[in-house]
Every structure is written in structure tokens, then in C-alpha cells.
Design a protein around this ligand. Structure first.
Ligand code: HEM
Ligand SMILES: *[C@@H]1O[C@H](CO)[C@@H](O)[C@H](O)[C@H]1NC(C)=O
Ligand SMILES: *[C@@H]1O[C@H](CO)[C@@H](O)[C@H](O)[C@H]1NC(C)=O
Ligand SMILES: *[C@@H]1O[C@H](CO)[C@@H](O)[C@H](O)[C@H]1NC(C)=O
Ligand SMILES: CC(=O)N[C@H]1CO[C@H](CO)[C@@H](O)[C@@H]1O
Length: 329
């Protein structure tokens, strides 16, 4: 009897200790702030509803920013950190040159600091803003479980290594996505975000003017479309105007990005790459057939997966007071 009780106590203690260890490796969960800051998610959503109509094009920049954040050191708001005299941050790396909307995030964060100081992470704020602005502009909904914590490190060189370049071929894209635990299906679905927003000529002008270094054009780009770009927005190799990635429907989250790919009108080599492999081409062809609800549902699943990349939880990282600077800096 005694022996049994002792065994029970020992076992109970072990189970208790294990769950303690488990809690430091906490998971994201829906409504993480329900007790610690019950209004948090509503504050974000209300701000988005009040302000996004002034600048609906920000929805595109926020979903892109969320992607760039998650691909470098996980979704930890490292993309929001300013450079300092002795550190060049992700923000100041080549792939981030055209990110904007940082003040929008700062304003939401300061409302949250007023409500519950030091509770809501910048990483969660960015994840929620990305989702809420896309939904508010007519795009798909996805779940955003919360509980991410903020990183304290942000290096420009890592952004350059980890963020896929527009000139990447399929194997490069596959490798960079696999580094984040994402597969070819995620690649095809998440690239679908290029159904909204703009690019600058510099992101693809090599395809128009000097594809292999002999003044040639990328043969995988529809020559009529290339001619049109060269006659209008991208008149010289150094022109840097904005071009709609999905002409005529840059504000509408729809299937036209995928139909453009099949017409060889994807703007980047990375877009065109999705039709160079049987698996990804098959996925594109299936998505194009619709219905759009199917794309939205699958996109949502991939976004939620992306939002979980290498997140810091529990006692890792910190809750930054200002998103642009680490605490105690
Ligand atoms: C597959 C690899 C990807 C590559 C190589 C890539 C590359 C790029 C480039 C070069 C631009 C244009 C930047 C400029 O010239 O201003 C861009 C824009 C954009 N990207 Fe991607 N991207 C990729 C995946 C994604 C993903 C996963 C998302 C989001 C889920 C995304 C969302 C966007 C959006 C919304 C824009 C428009 C931004 C705006 O209007 O300001 N991209 N991307
Ligand atoms: C893809 O690009 C990488 C890096 O530029 C290159 O090493 C590789 O050979 C390319 N793969 C294919 C199949 O073209
Ligand atoms: C095309 O690229 C080659 C090799 O990089 C370079 O020498 C040449 O000056 C470029 N031509 C133009 C028109 O940019
Ligand atoms: C971060 O940098 C931006 C742009 O230089 C600046 O406007 C902002 O005030 C900085 N934020 C902080 C908290 O230092
Ligand atoms: C938004 C932002 O900080 N963009 C910077 C990205 O990096 C370049 C340098 O490569 C800076 O000039 C931009 O200001």
C-alpha cells in the first residue's frame, strides 16, 4: 500500500514537471489574449475598419510584410526593427526596399500599449493586421492563433538569404520554402497573394531587357505582354515605375493571377516558375477551374501554416514596447 502511494507520488511529480517543461514550449492558440487583454483583437480590427479605406493598397504590403517576417527567424516581428549604428536590420535589406505602412502598425501597437502595457506582441499585431486588412478589402479569411513573442535580432543579411528572390527558379523556391517547413502546395497557394498589389519594374526588368546578358528577353514571358511593358511602364532598363501584378484586378483577391500564369503573363520568374514543374502546374490548373471558395479555403490553411513558422512562445523573446526597437536598447 505504502509502496503504491509512493510510486503514485513520484509519478505525479514527474507528470507535473513534464507539464511545466511543456508550458515553456507553449503553442499558439486562438484567443491567447482573452484573459490578459480581452479587447486586443477588437482594437486591431476596429482600427483596420476605421483606417484601411484611406489606403486599401496597404493590405498588400501587410500580407507581404508578414511573409517577409515569418521567413526570417520565424514570425517574430524582426522585420519591424529599425537599423542602428552597429546593426543593419532586415528592413534595410534589398527585398524589403518597398515595404511600407510601418506607421500604421505603430499606431495600432500604441493603442494596445495604452490598453494593456507590455502584453500584446508586435509579431501578433502584424499577423492580425495582415489578416484583418485582407479581409476588410474583400480577400480570404484565415485563423490567426496568437501568443507569438517578439525577437530581439534582425539582420539584413538573413533577409537576403531567406526571402525568395523574384528571379528564383522552381528548385530555389522549393528549397527556400522547405527551409520554413512549407511544401510545393504552399508555394503555389501563397504565391496567389500576387493577385493583389504592385511591383516595381526593377523587380523584373531583366526579363525585358537583358535576360541572359546579351540584351535579350525572357522567352517564358508572353512577348506581347513584354512589349506592352516596354512601351509603357518599364520604358528603359532602369525605369522603376509601379506595375500592377494582376492588371485590371490589383485590388481584387481572385483567381486571375493563376490564369495569367497559364498565359505566360506572370510578372516574375518566380511566378513563371510555377508552370515549369508538373506538380505545381497541376495545382495551378486545378485552382484556375475554381470555385474561388476552394482557393480561399486552401490559401487560408497555408497562411495559418506560414503564421506558425518558428514562432517564439512562452518565455522566449520579449514583448516589445515599440515595434521598431528592442526593449532595453
Ligand atoms: C514565392 C516567392 C515570392 C517571391 C519571389 C516574391 C517576390 C515579390 C516581389 C519582388 C514583389 C514586388 C516588390 C516591388 O517591386 O515593389 C512582390 C510583391 C508582393 N508580394 Fe511577393 N513574392 C513571393 C511570395 C509572396 C508571398 C508568399 C506573399 C504573401 C502571402 C506575397 C505577397 C506579395 C504582395 C501582396 C505583393 C504586393 C506588395 C505591394 O503592393 O506593396 N509574395 N513579391
Ligand atoms: C536554379 O537556380 C539555382 C541558383 O541560381 C541554380 O544553381 C540551379 O542550377 C537552377 N536550377 C535549375 C533546374 O535551373
Ligand atoms: C547586359 O548584361 C551584360 C552582362 O551582365 C552587361 O555586360 C551588359 O552591359 C548588359 N546590357 C544592358 C543593356 O544592360
Ligand atoms: C524607426 O525608423 C523610422 C524611419 O527612419 C523612424 O521614423 C521611426 O521614428 C523609428 N522608430 C523608432 C522607435 O526609433
Ligand atoms: C522600408 C525600408 O526600410 N526600406 C529600406 C530597404 O532597404 C534599402 C537598402 O537596401 C533602403 O534604402 C530602404 O529604405
Amino acid at each position: 500500500m505504502r509502496m503504491e502511494r509512493l510510486t503514485f507520488l513520484v509519478l505525479a511529480t514527474i507528470v507535473g514537471l513534464l507539464s511545466l517543461i511543456g508550458s515553456t514550449q507553449a503553442q499558439l492558440k486562438l484567443g491567447f489574449y482573452a484573459k490578459s487583454c480581452p479587447k486586443a483583437e477588437k482594437i486591431v480590427l476596429d482600427f483596420v475598419h476605421q483606417h484601411i479605406h484611406n489606403a486599401p493598397s496597404l493590405a498588400a504590403t501587410f500580407i507581404r510584410m508578414h511573409f517577409h517576417d515569418c521567413f526570417v527567424r520565424g514570425c517574430d516581428a524582426s522585420v519591424l526593427i529599425n537599423s542602428t549604428s552597429n546593426n543593419q536590420a532586415e528592413k534595410d535589406s534589398q527585398p524589403n526596399q518597398t515595404l511600407r505602412g510601418f506607421d500604421f502598425i505603430d499606431r495600432v501597437k500604441s493603442l494596445l500599449e495604452d490598453e494593456c502595457p507590455g502584453v500584446v506582441s508586435c509579431a501578433d499585431v502584424l499577423s492580425l493586421i495582415a489578416r484583418d486588412t485582407i479581409v476588410a478589402t474583400g480577400g480570404p479569411y484565415w485563423e490567426v492563433p496568437t501568443g507569438r513573442r517578439d525577437g530581439v535580432i534582425s539582420r539584413s543579411s538573413e533577409a537576403l538569404n531567406d526571402i525568395p528572390p523574384p528571379f528564383g527558379n522552381l528548385s530555389t523556391l522549393q528549397r527556400l520554402f522547405a527551409n520554413q517547413g512549407l511544401d510545393l502546395k504552399d508555394l503555389v497557394l501563397l504565391s496567389g497573394a500576387h493577385t493583389i498589389g504592385i511591383a516595381h519594374c526593377q523587380s523584373f526588368s531583366n526579363r525585358l531587357y537583358n535576360f541572359t546578358g546579351v540584351g535579350d528577353q525572357d522567352p517564358s514571358l508572353d512577348p506581347r505582354y513584354a512589349a506592352n511593358l516596354k512601351a509603357n511602364k518599364c520604358r528603359t532598363p532602369t525605369a522603376n515605375n509601379k506595375v500592377e501584378m494582376d492588371p485590371g484586378s490589383r485590388n481584387t483577391f481572385d483567381l486571375s493571377y493563376y490564369s495569367l500564369l497559364l498565359k505566360r503573363r506572370g510578372l516574375f520568374e518566380s511566378d513563371a516558375a510555377l508552370t515549369t514543374d508538373a506538380t505545381t502546374l497541376g495545382l495551378v490548373q486545378k485552382l484556375v477551374e475554381g470555385p474561388i471558395e476552394e482557393f480561399f479555403a486552401e490559401f487560408a490553411a497555408s497562411m495559418e501554416k506560414m503564421g506558425r513558422i518558428k514562432v517564439k512562445t512562452g518565455t522566449e523573446g520579449e514583448i516589445r514596447r515599440k515595434c521598431a526597437v528592442v526593449n532595453n536598447s
